[in-house]
Design a protein around this ligand. Structure first.
Ligand code: TYD
Length: 204
């Protein structure tokens, strides 16, 4: 089973992913968590370029780099684990490319990004995607409290507003996407996630 988490930076994904991982592990499932971009040595190297490069990265090159990192992760880690029956949890997946590079950067048309996503994943789709929805302003406050901003996070307010609207659009057209109000307490959000998961979990 493949579960992905999406949302703008600072939306609270990491906290929920940790909780879901413990919950599923305690139930007896084999659970693997990967972050995107990352999750394999090559993908982590690409992550380093994407988040810390001092050079300008053209939006098309940026989209291809995120996709390259993803292609490696899907082919070498995710597919084999799914074939063994494990549960894979992803801290971001291709919806982030649609929202950030497609809606946010606006330099590559969204339908082209969607084709790129299908190519990079060889049409692998999550069984369920939790979109943790948070107002871009609130998310930016949370980020500032936590740590220094990376290259993506420095893109500015208007950018994050477009990204956020991109996720909203996706959530309205993708049935696998569950949008949750992430301004609620972490426990409230977690209880909704569990409610949705219970209906979909494979038999042990
Ligand atoms: P990360 O530190 O993992 O952010 P977060 O903890 O908020 O998930 O950095 C990933 C950054 O890369 C984040 O700003 C979102 C961005 N991103 C894209 O722009 N496109 C993508 O396809 C992916 C996977 C991430």
């Amino acid at each position: 089973m493949l579960i992905s988490f999406e949302g703008i930076d600072g939306c609270g994904k990491s906290t929920q992913i940790e909780k879901v991982k413990s919950y599923l592990t305690e139930k007896g499932y084999e659970v693997h968590v990967f972050r995107e971009p990352g999750g394999t040595p090559l993908s982590e190297q690409i992550r380093e370029i994407l988040l810390n490069s001092r050079d300008e990265i053209h939006p098309l090159a940026e989209s291809l780099l995120f996709s390259a990192a993803r292609a490696q992760l899907v082919a070498t880690r995710i597919r084999p684990l799914l074939a063994e029956g494990a549960i894979v949890i992803l801290d971001r997946f291709y919806d982030s490319t649609t929202a950030y590079q497609g809606y946010g950067r606006q330099a590559v048309p969204v339908p082209d990004i969607e084709q790129l996503n299908a190519l990079a994943t060889q049409n692998l789709e999550p069984d369920i995607t939790f979109y943790l929805k948070l107002d871009p302003h609130q998310a930016s406050e949370r980020r500032r409290k936590n740590r220094e901003e990376d290259r993506m996070e420095r893109a500015g307010k208007a950018f994050f507003k477009r990204v956020s609207e991109g996720f909203d659009q996706l959530a309205s057209r993708e049935e696998r996407m569950v949008a949750l109000d992430s301004s609620k307490s972490p426990d409230t959000t977690f209880r909704s996630i569990v409610g949705h998961l219970e209906k979909k979990l494979p038999r042990l």
